[in-house]
Design a protein around this ligand. Structure first.
Ligand SMILES: C[S@@+](CC[C@H](N)C(=O)[O-])C[C@H]1O[C@@H](n2cnc3c(N)ncnc32)[C@H](O)[C@@H]1O
Length: 235
């Protein structure tokens, strides 16, 4: 049986590095409360919402999230990130771009996942999740049966789950978890839940045009690693 409540241990590393600059402090104090969402406020918020809702888990510096919000004004972009410097960067991007279709959670995404209503998401992104390379830390990897159970519950049929990583072991891990989730779903309902869209190498090797580079990905490329872009359709 898949765990649908999250365990207590944390999945993320540091939640702050440098002190925030004055503008960032101001935006965290003034803008974040205006656009914040959490486990308690998400259901009433979505009751009023008519736009498709996309969720980015661990948005880092928020550059991908802000890009998607700008390019897709008809969508409500939601994101969660515990790293305060990342959230402050997103606030600056929202302010600079006058973006009005973003909701952000400064914190762990897991209580939000558990609070979101069934089939409330039209797309979800997990881009370059923390790799947790040591075997004893693998349980901290966000891609897990727990995450997939929520993605299966939350994503509308036909919608996309996008996962990227530049760590070959994390890609194998992701595909293995998808396969395991599908196998169990197959036994229960005779159908896969997540259908991987790749038919040839370019489909996972080449970054799609509507998938902008994140800071973490740019760093990975500079350091000689090759990102892999996975798209799954929720059946
Ligand atoms: C390696 S960074 C990648 C950031 C960004 N997606 C990028 O590609 O630049 C992984 C991010 O996931 C965030 N993260 C880890 N666990 C999380 C959780 N439980 N909820 C929300 N974000 C989480 C971390 O704080 C970190 O910023």
């Amino acid at each position: 049986m898949t765990e649908i409540k999250h365990p207590e241990y944390r999945l993320f590393g540091r939640s702050m590095d440098r002190p925030l600059k004055a503008r960032q402090q101001r935006l965290m104090a003034e803008l974040l409360p205006e656009i914040s969402v959490d486990a308690e406020t998400v259901t009433p918020l979505l009751k009023e919402e008519t736009r498709p809702v996309w969720l980015e888990i661990g948005f880092g510096g928020g550059e991908h999230l802000a890009w998607q919000a700008k390019e897709n004004p008809e969508v409500l972009m939601m994101g969660a990130e515990p790293f305060v410097n990342g959230v402050a960067k997103l606030m600056a991007a929202i302010d600079d771009g006058q973006l009005s279709n973003i909701r952000a959670l400064h914190g762990d995404v897991r209580p939000l996942l558990e609070a979101l209503p069934d089939q409330s998401l039209s797309r979800a992104f997990v881009l370059h999740p923390d790799p947790w390379p040591k075997k004893k830390h693998h349980k901290r990897r966000i891609v897990s049966q727990y995450l997939l159970a929520h993605m299966a519950r939350l994503l509308k049929p036909g919608s996309e789950l996008r996962i990227a990583s530049d760590i070959p072991d994390y890609i194998r891990w992701t595909l293995m978890h998808i396969q395991r989730f599908n196998r169990e779903a197959h036994e229960a309902r005779g159908q896969d839940v997540f259908v991987w869209q790749a038919r040839e190498k370019s489909h996972w090797h080449d970054r799609p045009a509507d998938w902008p580079q994140t800071r973490y990905e740019a760093k990975a490329i500079r350091e000689g690693r090759t990102p892999c872009y996975l798209k799954f359709i929720r059946s």
